[in-house]
Design a protein around this ligand. Structure first.
Ligand code: NDP
Length: 312
C-alpha cells in the first residue's frame, strides 16, 4: 500500500529532510490505548510512504518507534538510510555533558546508530523532579554540537524556542540550528516566527498541525472545527478531506507538518496531500482563523527561566 511520498527539502547543513513526518507523541491518546499501537503505526506509515518519524525521549515510545522501523526494514519496505528519524532531548538533560549520554540512551531504545535530527525539546531546563534549573540553552547547544560532531545526530535543532531565543542561539552558535519545531495550525499561524526562521534558513516543522480542528477536548477553543464552512468548501473543491486541506495549508506555507495518527486509514490519508495545492488566497483565507491560541501552552512553567511563550 502506498499513499503518497513527501518531497524532500535541503537543510542548511546539506542533509535532506522529507516534508511530512508521522507524529508519535501521544498527547491525544486515551487511557485505554496501548503504547504498542505506536509500533504498528510506524510500520503502517513506512508502508504507506512516510519517510520521516518524529519522536522524543519524553514520549516514552522510542522503543516502539525503533521496533516499527526494524519491522519495516526486515520486511524490505525501507532501508535505514531512507528513513529520517527525529528525536528530542528532555528538559532534565540540559547540562552540556548530559546531552550526548541522553542521545546515546535514545539511540539504544531506538536501536539505531544515529538519528537524522536531534532537537532541544524546550528552552526550559529542570532537574529530574521537574523543578526549574537555570541552565542557559547556549550551554545545552554545545552538547548538541558535540552530538553532531560525533555523528550521533546528522542534524541538530530546537523546539518551542521563540524568535528571540532562536536569534540568540543563531548568533552565538558554532553550528547553526537546521530546524525549529513549533506549534502551527489554523488558530496559531505563527507568521512572525515562521518568517524569521525561514529568513535565517532554518526549516520549520509544524506540530499539532490540526490544532482544534480534530476531536480534542477543545472546550471553548476558537474555530475552526471539522465542519467549518471555509474548510469544507475547500475540501469539496479539491476532492479532499478537511484534515488534508489543513495539512496542505501548512505545506503551502513551506512548513513540515507532523500529523499524529495510529489509525491505518487516517495516517494514509494524511500523507496523500502531494497531488493538490491551495491557491495563495485560499492559504490567506485559512490564515484568518488565527487567534494566537495554543494547544501546548506550557502551563505550569510560566515562572521558569527561559519560558518561551506569552504569559497570559
Ligand atoms: P495532531 O494535530 O497531529 O492531532 C492528532 C489527533 O488527530 C489524534 O487524535 C488523531 O487520532 C487525530 N487524527 C489524525 N489524523 C486524522 C484525520 N485524518 N482525520 C481525523 N482525525 C485525525 O496533534 P498532536 O498534538 O499529536 O501533534 C502531532 C505530533 O507533533 C505529535 O505526535 C508529536 O510527534 C509532535 N508534537 C511535538 C511537540 C513538541 O513540543 N515538539 C508538542 C506536541 C506535539 P488518531 O490517532 O486516532 O487518528
Amino acid at each position: 500500500m502506498s499513499s503518497g511520498v513527501a518531497p524532500v527539502i535541503t537543510l542548511n547543513d546539506g542533509h535532506l529532510m522529507p516534508t511530512l513526518a508521522l507524529g508519535t507523541g501521544r498527547g491525544t491518546a486515551k487511557e485505554q490505548d496501548s503504547i504498542e499501537e505506536v509500533r504498528q503505526a510506524v510500520f503502517w506509515a513506512l508502508e504507506a510512504g512516510y519517510r520521516h518519524i518524529d519522536t522524543a525521549s519524553i514520549y516514552g515510545d522510542e522503543e516502539q518507534v525503533g521496533q516499527g522501523i526494524a519491522d519495516a526494514i526486515a520486511k524490505g519496505i525501507v532501508k535505514r538510510e531512507e528513513v529520517f528519524v527525529t528525536t528530542k532531548l528532555w528538559n532534565d538533560k540540559h547540562a552540556c555533558e548530559d546531552v550526548v549520554p541522553a542521545l546515546m540512551e535514545s539511540l539504544g531504545r531506538l536501536r539505531l546508530d544515529y538519528v537524522d535530527l536531534y532537537l532541544i525539546h524546550f528552552p526550559i531546563a529542570t532537574n529530574a523532579d521537574g523543578d526549574p534549573l537555570n541552565v542557559d540553552y547556549l550551554e545545552t547547544w554545545k552538547g548538541m554540537e558535540d552530538a553532531k560532531k560525533l555523528g550521533l545526530a546528522r542534524s541538530i535543532g530546537v523546539s518551542n524556542f521563540n524568535a528571540d531565543q532562536l536569534s540568540r542561539l543563531y548568533q552565538y552558535s558554532e553550528i547553526k540550528p537546521a530546524v525549529i519545531e513549533v506549534e502551527v495550525n489554523p488558530t496559531l499561524t505563527q507568521h512572525p516566527l515562521v518568517d524569521f526562521s525561514h529568513r535565517l534558513g532554518v526549516a520549520v516543522m509544524a506540530f499539532s498541525p490540526f490544532g482544534f480542528v480534530v476531536s480534542r477536548d477543545s472546550g471553548d477553543a476558537p474555530p475552526p472545527r471539522a465542519d467549518d464552512p471555509v474548510l469544507v468548501t475547500l475540501a469539496n473543491k479539491y476532492g479532499k478531506t478537511v484534515t488534508q486541506v489543513v495539512l496542505r495549508y501548512l505545506v503551502d506555507r513551506g512548513l513540515v507538518p507532523i500529523p499524529k495518527s495510529v489509525n491505518k486509514a487516517r495516517l494514509a490519508q494524511n500523507i496523500n496531500i502531494f497531488d493538490f495545492q491551495l491557491a495563495p488566497e485560499e492559504v490567506a483565507e485559512i490564515d484568518k482563523f488565527n487567534k494566537n491560541v495554543r494547544v501546548i501552552d506550557g502551563k505550569g512553567w510560566e515562572d521558569y527561566p527561559n519560558f518561551p511563550f506569552e504569559r497570559n
